[in-house]
Design a protein around this ligand. Structure first.
Ligand code: FAD
Length: 407
């Protein structure tokens, strides 16, 4: 433990954010990386595994990969082959299963009409309720499709999902829900829509398969940060936890997953069926659609939204944005620690967005290293700096070492 740090980087969290950075730092810059996760597996929320029946399932609910970024897709393609997959969702409303996002068929079946694409926009104009300004999620939807579609498809689903009425949520929550005047029933329209052919976990295994990367599971970083010396930290856990909740707890919405296996080939007529108005769960996913696996049984998962539990969805409300802004300011001025990913930046990101964010952070690190190496042949020295509960000791000509503060 004397002299040089055992690891150049300690990476907290082995999800997309942590794994992409581990891979880049090790493969491109030759850094020694220790990546730890408090769970007993890599992959973060995208983790998948074979269940007792031998069916590939997503432990933390359905994860569908879609992106418009060729850079992100090409990067991940180094670690997996793909299976093309177009996601489809039906909503169970008034005894019918109707396409979501709302399209021409949804409107025709729901209202018992026979409108054409040309007519449907005019029809929506007659039912839509002008809201000005558009501030909340309710405003967004009512403004576009009116009260009835809003009540049957969005209102109760949102209340279940967030534990809040859409009128209490920022517009961004539903701003990205499209309404289509054609019969396109794909859930996403991104350029790249594919699932890793052998699953997400297999892809993560390939990413982390590098002699410079050591993986530590079942381990909260606070348990190991004193046991190893390291240069810098990449932190992908909740930002409020890092700073010991000093500005208060950032609220998250959580989920309970109920996994089941059924002794039949198919359970439902679509990969996901939403239940906006009935039951405590929001949706049921049947994994064989996502994975393409052939099996005489089938596995499904129910999602029950709840307040307590693992942090999954940052709650987009102005009061929370204010709290986060305080943490963000602190994070920005915390040297030696990079805050990356969904929890560390308190933002709902899809997988591709987290990969893009991690690749950008990597580029910045690489550029800073190159600049430091150019200026003095090594990394720039600095005075001793405090990092959270730790202290960074920099000596000229030596990489900074993160050590526990003596308190
Ligand atoms: C139900 C659900 C469905 C989703 N579906 C999709 C989808 O279809 N498509 C899509 O693109 N995205 C989807 N997402 C989003 C996707 O899960 C995230 O974009 C992605 O997982 C974020 O990666 P991350 O690395 O930022 O965070 P995470 O995957 O959450 O990884 C962070 C890791 O840090 C670990 N950690 C936290 N604190 C500590 C600590 N103190 N010590 C050690 N380890 C710690 C955690 O255990 C976790 O494994 C979905 C998310 C959820 C919840």
């Amino acid at each position: 433990m004397n002299g040089e740090p055992a690891f150049d980087y300690l990476i907290v969290g082995a999800g997309f954010a942590g794994s992409v950075l581990a891979e880049r730092l090790a493969s491109v810059l030759g850094k020694k990386v220790l990546i730890c996760d408090k769970r007993n597996h890599i992959g973060g929320n995208a983790y998948d595994h074979f269940d007792a029946a031998g069916l590939l399932v997503h432990k933390y609910g359905p994860h569908i990969f879609h992106t418009n970024s060729a850079d992100v897709f090409n990067y991940l393609s180094k670690f997996t082959a793909w299976r093309e997959y177009q996601h489809r969702v039906l909503a169970s409303v008034d005894g019918q299963l109707l396409p979501i996002p709302i399209n021409l068929d949804t409107i025709n079946k729901f209202y018992g009409l026979n409108l054409t694409s040309r007519e449907v926009d005019d029809f929506l104009d007659t039912v839509a309720e002008q809201r000005n300004p558009v501030r909340t999620s309710e405003d967004v939807v009512v403004n576009r499709v009116g009260q009835e579609l809003y009540s049957k498809f969005f209102k109760n689903y949102t209340r279940k999902q967030w534990g809040l009425d859409p009128s209490e949520l920022e517009a961004q929550v539903t701003a990205r829900i499209p309404v289509r005047i054609n019969r396109d029933d794909r859930y996403f329209t991104d350029q790249f829509q594919s699932m890793p052919r052998r699953g997400f976990t297999h892809m993560f295994e390939n990413m982390l398969d590098h002699p410079n990367i050591k993986i530590l599971l079942n381990c909260d970083y606070r348990e190991v940060q004193d046991a190893f010396t390291f240069g810098q930290m990449i932190y992908t856990g909740p930002v409020d936890a890092f700073f010991d909740y000093r500005f208060g707890k950032l609220p998250y919405r959580s989920l309970e997953f109920r996994h089941e296996t059924h002794d039949r080939e198919r359970f439902q007529p679509a990969p996901v069926v939403n239940f906006p108005n009935d039951y405590a769960f929001t949706r049921i996913t049947e994994f064989k659609y996502l994975t393409g696996q052939e099996h005489r049984k089938t596995s499904i998962v129910y999602e029950f939204p709840q307040a307590e539990g693992d942090p999954y969805y940052p709650v987009p409300q102005p009061a929370n944005a204010k709290i986060y802004a305080q943490y963000r300011a602190l994070a920005d001025t915390t040297p030696g620690v990079h805050f990356v990913g969904r929890l560390a930046t308190y933002k709902y990101y899809n997988m591709d967005q987290v990969v893009a964010q991690a690749l950008t952070v990597f580029k910045n690190i690489a550029a800073a290293e190159a600049a430091g190496a150019l200026s003095n042949g090594e990394i720039k020295p600095a005075a001793t700096r405090t990092v959270g509960r730790n202290r960074v000791h920099n000596k000229p000509g030596r990489r900074p070492v993160l050590q526990p503060a003596r308190t």
